[in-house]
Design a binder for this molecule. Structure first.
Ligand code: ADP
Length: 245
């Protein structure tokens, strides 16, 4: 089966001056159904990698295949379409439209195709029920808790059945109890077969993933160990990273 993500020799240099190489010849494969965390401190290259994976930026050199498609070869409008249909984004700050209800926010994710409204409504209802918000579909974000807002954002990300759920510090704005419930939801989605990639500076978040790749100075190190290995003996376990900026 082809991987969801295959990066080969991917580098990203910002032109400056002075030029900054934020990613150095990165190779990475993410297989379908994997739950992977990319963990590193501030300035290590996480945002640069997120922007490349999310098709918000292009590598300076190297190749990125998303579900077998060399996305560097696509036009900007094709990349926008792939981004909208195939990648579900979850951000630290939720990025919900405040004057739209939960269900309207989720329905907006499905505007890339000419899907009839009733079908979009149905899909959004299912997505909100999936994240445990079936009873709050018509609430606006200002009346929802932080955890509920992040659930709406996750429902929106799931609405198009993405190849990849791409989460950027998904618990960064939540207290530790609520954060744990969101991480439980990501566990459940992974169990359902969803490919999940989380980018974080927080070892507690990283430690929930099936595989942890650390990033330092734009270079990746895969800390994979057999999954039978107890959590506390995994090399990345609870290693403190400095707080992200
Ligand atoms: P992180 O998200 O882990 O904090 P970034 O990807 O934002 O790391 O940054 C990685 C490196 O690239 C840092 O040295 C940062 O200063 C540099 N960098 C990020 N964006 C730019 C930019 N637009 N121009 C120049 N350098 C940048």
């Amino acid at each position: 089966m082809r991987p969801v993500i295959a990066l080969e020799g991917v580098s990203r240099t910002y032109p400056g001056p002075p030029p900054v190489t934020a990613l150095h010849r990165v190779d990475m494969t993410v297989n379908r159904g994997e739950y992977i965390a990319i963990a590193g401190p501030s300035g290590s290259g996480k945002s640069t990698l997120l922007n490349l994976l999310g098709l918000l930026d292009r590598p300076t050199t190297g190749r990125y295949q998303l579900d077998g498609v060399d996305v560097a070869q696509l036009s900007e409008s094709e990349r926008t379409a792939v981004r909208g249909r195939r990648i579900g984004f979850v951000f630290q700050s939720f990025h919900l439209l405040t004057h739209r209800t939960a269900i309207e926010n989720v329905m907006l994710a499905q505007l890339y195709d000419a899907i009839p409204r009733t079908q979009r409504l149905n899909t959004a209802q299912i997505a909100l029920q999936r994240v445990g918000l079936g009873h709050r579909m018509h609430a606006v974000p200002t009346t929802l808790s932080g955890g509920e807002r992040q659930r709406v954002a996750i429902a929106r990300a799931l609405a198009n059945h993405p190849y990849l759920l791409l989460c950027d510090e998904p618990t960064g704005n939540l207290d530790s109890h609520t954060a744990a419930t969101i991480l439980d939801l990501l566990d459940e989605l992974h169990s359902d077969g969803q490919t999940v990639l989380v980018i974080t500076h927080d070892p507690v978040v990283a430690d929930r993933a099936q595989r942890v790749v650390t990033i330092y100075d734009g270079q990746l190190t895969d800390n994979s160990v057999p999954h039978s290995c107890p959590r506390e003996t995994r090399p990345n376990s609870q290693r403190p990273f400095e707080k992200n900026s």
